[in-house]
Structures are given as structure tokens and as C-alpha cells.
Design a protein around this ligand. Structure first.
Ligand code: FES
Ligand code: MG
Length: 571
């Protein structure tokens, strides 16, 4: 691309009053004239925040990106966008994913940017930034923040998946509440996001397998100096991408999406991946449906031995050679011609990958688990589908019929789950309603609801659990998620009652309840949906416009893009 064609010329290349206004105020930062004379202007979209601990090291990371941009002759400008911290935000960071994506989209489009580097880390910061950028579609590269170093408590390696184990240990009396304080400190001992194959790491693998990051991006720990090298190289590369006019829509083809789905199955990635990938596809305009995930995932076994499906941590994945080794193990299955941000195909990128630890990354012929990382269910309990992660579930519950024990909402669940009166045994099916996108609102990660205390004390560690909510990517168990339509949208799921007989059949991909059509109709007549929690502000906008989980839970009016053109000036 010729420098006169740069998008930023419509600001900085102008004469008269407009050019004066666009340049003059920038100069208060001490920027010399020559910076405005045709250099590619590269935005660094930063989700740094002390309220997003996983991204708290991003100002340093941005400095490395800037070095690369300067080295390649670009003009770097760092800007903040709404940052979504998974652990602090109530009622759930997911409620704000679409809001943050709007911030990203409008910030990129409204400003004189020729290319953008997205700094992503904690779970929702990756999809929100990629979604927003897709709706503008200028050259874009992703730099992930990297996982934390593996935690260590009393000689035992730990990571976020242990939160659920320790929580149950406290409830069953195996450990004292006080011990949690030392475990907290031992687990989060370095900068970075969750150290297991949770949602943040799954998102980092997603961007790498989509071709949106340089090879190796997914696994380098945040604290490893090689993370900064990757950031600098990404800064260097984005300037060239602008010159080549290599845009998101050139990379995000149907093939790229299929590569990401197959990769996620092989690594036992987060179930949240499904929702975020559907939303990203919607923004860039690639047709993708929930039912597409199952045939693509079905024959792909677990080949990365990482928690929560397996044993190891992200740090181990890095030492074993990183995601390129996993991709290479999928050679012959992946679309190797899919183009990536470095201008090469994904196949070229992984062709020289070398694996260093077969306990961590294996081959498709000798997998760690023949169960795949993802299955999509259908049936009269989930008319538009539901999701389960077989690789992190119990084999003996893959075909199971049991009586429903229904909780109408999260408050009902918390009030009754540990009581002696609760009629429940290990064959029961726990059902939690009204934790979907509209119902909670925001679809929180409560789907891996705790096992009733009296069953924990008997040594029961897993049961079939079903909800219209999500589960943390670090969670595990025989947990059916994302039931669609959700209870609050009037799905059959809203009508399930305690005592109904539910059958989960993962091999046949079904989830049904033994209720006749007539009985469903009768229950529907008597049903009154719960009142929405608010009638104003962003949350009202969200409840009114959020689409169901099987469509990616984006807002209906955000699907698609508006390009990068802005025709009118500000003064
Ligand atoms: Fe941020 Fe897990 S809490 S990645
Ligand atoms: Mg999470």
C-alpha cells in the first residue's frame, strides 16, 4: 500500500483547519512533524487494568510492541479500552463482553489508525477485542499476555482448576478454611492469566489457530522474557501487514474457523470457546453454526495433557514446544493452507515445530483420552442445543438417566444444596435454571455447580448437572451447559420440574426429558417468566438484544461490521 492511501492520511495528511486540529493536539505529547508525514499509525489496544489482574503487566508488554512498531517505521499510539476482569466483575464479566466490543470497535474506527495490535489476556478480553476489531476490519494482530507460572503449594503443582477441588475439600471437611489463604498466594504467584487450559488459554490458542497471532503466542508464560520478544516481533509485523493490506477478513476464512474448532477439541479447550467463536464469526460474516462444531470435533481426541482435561499446566505446554507442536500433530486434519498474520500459511508455520515432551503433547494415534473436548447435544430439553466437554467428564455418566432435582435460580440453589432435607442421591440430575444470557443476566460460570454436601461426604465427586449457564474453562465434571433456549427466553428448559426423568446420552448426542408434548403445552400455559432484574441502562439494552447461546450471545444489532470508513469530520 502506498503511504498516501493510508487511512490515517484522512486525519494527519490534511491541510488547513482540519489538519491543524488533528495534528496540533497530538504534538502536546512531544511528537515531531515527521511522524505525521505518512508513517503507518498503529494503535495498541490495551486492556491493562489493576482490576484485571491477569492483564496488570500489559503496560510493560505494550512497550515491547512499541519498540517493534518504531523499528519497522510505524507510529505507535497506545489507547485503553474497557477491561474485563474475570474474577472481580459482578454479576459476571460475560455481561460486559459485548459492551467492551463496542468500545473497541468505535475506538478503532473513530481514530486515525492504519493497523491495530490487540493486547488480550483474561478470558473475555480476547473475544471482546477480536469481535470489535472484526466489525472494523483493518490489519490487526493479537498479542496475548501469557499464562501465569505454575502454582506450587506444599510441593504440589496447582492451578485454577484446583479452586473447585479445594472448595469441595473445605465443604467435606478434608481441609480447613484457613489453608485456603496460603493456597491463594501459592496459586497466583506471577503475572499472567490462569495457568491451565481454561478460557484465557483456550482464547490464546484460538487466536493462534485462527492465524491471528504469531506462531507460539499461546503458551509463552507472561513472566518469560520471550513473551516480550513475541510482543516486539508482533509490533514489527503489524507495520508490514498495513503495507500488505492484510486484513482480518483475509485471515478469518471458514477454513480458519474450522482449524480453530479442531484445535480446541484436541487441547480440551474451554466450552466458552464455542460462544466466543460463534460471536466472532458473526462479526466477520463467516457462516458458522453451533451444529458445525460437533462433526469437526467428533474424531479429534485429546492430545494435549493439560488441566482441566488432563494433568499438566500451560508452562509445561510451552516447554513441550507450544501450540505449533499440537497443530503439527493435527497435520492432515487441519486446513494447512489457511493464511496467518505473518503472511505464511498455518502449515508453513508449524512445519518446523519440534515436540520436547510426549507426556504433554502426544499424537492423534496415541491420545491421552479418546473422548473429544467438545460435544453438541440436542433434544427436547435443549431445542437449540447444549454443550458438554466429554474429555473433562466422567466416563460412567456419559449415558445416564436420573430424576431431576430442580433449582429455579442461583439463590434457590445456594439456599438448599447443602441441606439435609434435599432429596438427592448420586443418580439424580441437578438442574439449575435462569443462569442464561437474559436470565442472570450475562450467563455466569455457575454451571459446574457444587455437589450436595451430603453426597460429597459419601465420596461422590461427580454427577450430571445441567444449566443454561456457562462453566469456567478451568472447571470439569459431567456438566451440560449453554442449554438453548434458556429458561428466561421461554425454552422447554424453563418447564422442567423436580422428579422429571432426564436422559443424557453423549455417544448419541442427545439430552431429553420424559415429558409428553401435551404435558409440555400444559406446563407452558401455567408458566410465568421471572421479571427482568432491571429496566434501565446497559443491562436493559443487553437483556433486550442479547441473542441466545447457540448464536454466540452477541447483541442482535452488533452482528456484522460497518467497515473502517468515517466520512464526516469533527469540526
Ligand atoms: Fe483471568 Fe482466569 S481469571 S484468566
Ligand atoms: Mg472464566
Amino acid at each position: 500500500m502506498d503511504e498516501q492511501e493510508l487511512r490515517s492520511r484522512a486525519w494527519f495528511g490534511r491541510k488547513g483547519k482540519d489538519g491543524f486540529i488533528y495534528r496540533a493536539w497530538m504534538k502536546n505529547q512531544g511528537i515531531p512533524d515527521y511522524e505525521f508525514q505518512g508513517k503507518p499509525v498503529i494503535g495498541i489496544c490495551n486492556t491493562w487494568s489493576e482490576l484485571t489482574p491477569c492483564n496488570a503487566h500489559f503496560r510493560e508488554l505494550a512497550e515491547s510492541v512499541k519498540r517493534g512498531i518504531l523499528e519497522a517505521g510505524g507510529f505507535p499510539v497506545e489507547f485503553p479500552v474497557m477491561s474485563l476482569g474475570e474474577t472481580l466483575m459482578k454479576p459476571t464479566a460475560m455481561l460486559y463482553r459485548n459492551l467492551a466490543s463496542m468500545d473497541v470497535e468505535e475506538s478503532i474506527r473513530a481514530n486515525p489508525l492504519d493497523g491495530v495490535v490487540l493486547l488480550c489476556g483474561c478470558d473475555k478480553t480476547t473475544p471482546s477485542l477480536v469481535m470489535g476489531a472484526c466489525s472494523v476490519n483493518i490489519p490487526t494482530i493479537v498479542v496475548s499476555g501469557g499464562p501465569m507460572l505454575t502454582g506450587n503449594h506444599r510441593g504440589r503443582q496447582i492451578g485454577t482448576s484446583d479452586v473447585w477441588r479445594y472448595h469441595d475439600d473445605v465443604r467435606s471437611g478434608k481441609i480447613m478454611e484457613e489453608e485456603l489463604l496460603t493456597i491463594e498466594a501459592a496459586m497466583c504467584r506471577s503475572q499472567g492469566h490462569c495457568a491451565v487450559m481454561g478460557t484465557a488459554s483456550s482464547m490464546a490458542c484460538m487466536v493462534e489457530s485462527l492465524g491471528l497471532s504469531l506462531p507460539g503466542n499461546a503458551a509463552i508464560p507472561a513472566a518469560d522474557s520471550r513473551r516480550k520478544v513475541l510482543a516486539q516481533l508482533s509490533g514489527l509485523r503489524i507495520v508490514r501487514m498495513v503495507k500488505e493490506d492484510l486484513k482480518l477478513s483475509d485471515i478469518l476464512t471458514r477454513q480458519a474457523f474450522e482449524n480453530a474448532i479442531m484445535t480446541n477439541a484436541a487441547i480440551g479447550g474451554s466450552t466458552n470457546f464455542v460462544i466466543h467463536l460463534l460471536a466472532i464469526a458473526g462479526r466477520i460474516g463467516v457462516p458458522l453454526e453451533l451444529k458445525d462444531f460437533d462433526p469437526l470435533s467428533k474424531n479429534i481426541p485429546l492430545i494435549a495433557n493439560l488441566q482441566p482435561s488432563g494433568q499438566y499446566f500451560m508452562e509445561d505446554l510451552f516447554y513441550a514446544g507450544g501450540l505449533p507442536v499440537v497443530l503439527k500433530a493435527l497435520d492432515g486434519i487441519l486446513h494447512r493452507d489457511a493464511i496467518t498474520v505473518n503472511g505464511k500459511t498455518i502449515g508453513d508455520n508449524y512445519s518446523n515445530a519440534v515436540g520436547y515432551n510426549s507426556n504433554v503433547i502426544t499424537t492423534v494415534d496415541a491420545p491421552f483420552n479418546t473422548a473429544t473436548g467438545l460435544a453438541i447435544l440436542g433434544g427436547n430439553l435443549c431445542e437449540q442445543g447444549a454443550v458438554i466437554k466429554p474429555s473433562a467428564a466422567s466416563a460412567h455418566l456419559m449415558q445416564h438417566t436420573g430424576k431431576a432435582v430442580v433449582f429455579e435460580n442461583i439463590e434457590d440453589f445456594k439456599a438448599r444444596i447443602d441441606t439435609d432435607e434435599l432429596e438427592v442421591d448420586e443418580n439424580s440430575v441437578l438442574v439449575l435454571k435462569n443462569v442464561g444470557p437474559k436470565g442472570y443476566p450475562g450467563m455466569p460460570e455457575v454451571g459446574n455447580m457444587g455437589i450436595p454436601k451430603k453426597l460429597l461426604e459419601k465420596g461422590i465427586t461427580d454427577m450430571v448437572r445441567i444449566s443454561d449457564g456457562r462453566m469456567s474453562g478451568t472447571g470439569f465434571g459431567t456438566v451440560v451447559l449453554h442449554v438453548s433456549p434458556e429458561a428466561a427466553a421461554g425454552g422447554n428448559f424453563a418447564l422442567i420440574q423436580t422428579g422429571d426423568l432426564i436422559t443424557l446420552d453423549v455417544p448419541n448426542r442427545t439430552l431429553n426429558v420424559a415429558i409428553s408434548t401435551e404435558e409440555f403445552a400444559e406446563r407452558k400455559r401455567q408458566y410465568t417468566p421471572p421479571e427482568p432484574v432491571t429496566n434501565r441502562g446497559y443491562v436493559k439494552l443487553y437483556i433486550d438484544h442479547v441473542q441466545q447461546a447457540h448464536m454466540g450471545a452477541d447483541m442482535d444489532f452488533l452482528v456484522g461490521g460497518s467497515g473502517s470508513k468515517v466520512l464526516r469530520d469533527s469540526h
